[in-house]
Design a protein around this ligand. Structure first.
Ligand SMILES: [Zn+2]
Length: 269
């Protein structure tokens, strides 16, 4: 089982998903400079250096621990017929679609818990203390947050009975969406409006990264904003030029070493 899941992960995630994600990051990085949504306030080299350092700690945890844990949980669930969708008599495509949606809902819940529970916020705040937001913010996550997500996310993969394949495909789409909505890309207004009726856009996620508490406590979804609509946390129509990105109690650029120790030093406000 371990070898099969490793092979599937290499095939779907490493050889197909990762080049696509890397391409998306590159394209967004170029486009967001040309078509900027919000005026950036911080020098880019400082943020680049910091975010690259944090991302370089997050990626190994994501690829070597979180993804294998989720895929192995999915494979174990399938082998032992565990998981809600395993017992649903329906075409496989429908079950995979439902599993994909369930995983997206799982991430909405996980994100909300990170804001709700003070101990989890200590780690998640590292992501929110970026004083500007662009595609480099997308994987600026403290490894503590990634580690604590392992039992939650692998457990829910098992509970829903998602297949290893769907789990990996979801993970690729998760990362593509994550890069897209963190980017500072200004889309044409009509395209933005149409996209925002279904998926999370940079405009929507910018509101979530606002220093204003009421705005931060909105727009938690990753791919589909249906979850914010269902849970009553959707917030649209906040003008982007009125948004100050970050958290109110950290208004100075923090280098990577301070971000890594931040969960143990900076108390949540
Ligand atoms: Zn958040």
């Amino acid at each position: 089982m371990k070898q099969n899941t490793a092979r599937l992960t290499r095939r779907l995630y490493d050889f197909r998903g990762s080049p696509l994600i890397a391409l998306a990051v590159g394209v967004l990085f170029v486009l967001e400079k040309r078509y900027a949504l919000r005026k950036q306030k911080m020098p880019l080299p400082d943020r680049l250096k910091t975010n690259a350092a944090i991302v370089s700690t997050a990626v190994p945890v994501l690829r070597l621990i979180l993804i294998p844990a989720m895929v192995r949980a999915a494979a174990w669930g399938q082998k032992n017929s565990i998981g809600l969708l395993q017992h649903l008599k329906a075409p496989q495509l429908l079950k995979d679609t439902l599993a994909f949606a369930a995983l997206d809902w799982t991430n909405y819940i996980w994100h909300r818990l990170n804001h709700r529970w003070p101990l989890m916020w200590r780690f998640h705040q590292v992501h929110h203390t970026d004083l500007d937001m662009d595609v480099t913010t997308a994987l600026r996550f403290h490894i503590g947050e990634l580690f604590t997500s392992v039992p939650f996310k692998a457990g829910l993969v098992l509970l829903f009975g998602a297949s290893p394949r769907t789990t990996l495909i979801y993970e690729v789409f998760f990362e593509l969406a994550n890069n897209f909505h963190h980017s500072n890309l200004r889309l044409p207004e009509q395209a933005d409006r149409q996209l925002a009726s279904v998926i999370v856009t940079p405009r929507m996620h910018g509101i979530h990264h606002s220093v204003v508490e009421e705005e931060t406590n909105s727009n938690y979804s990753v791919i589909f904003n249906l979850w914010d609509r269902l849970h009553g946390t959707l917030k649209l129509n906040v003008p982007q030029d009125s948004i100050t990105i970050g958290v109110p109690y950290v208004r100075k650029h923090q280098p990577a070493d301070q971000l890594l120790t931040m969960p143990f030093n900076v108390a949540p406000a």
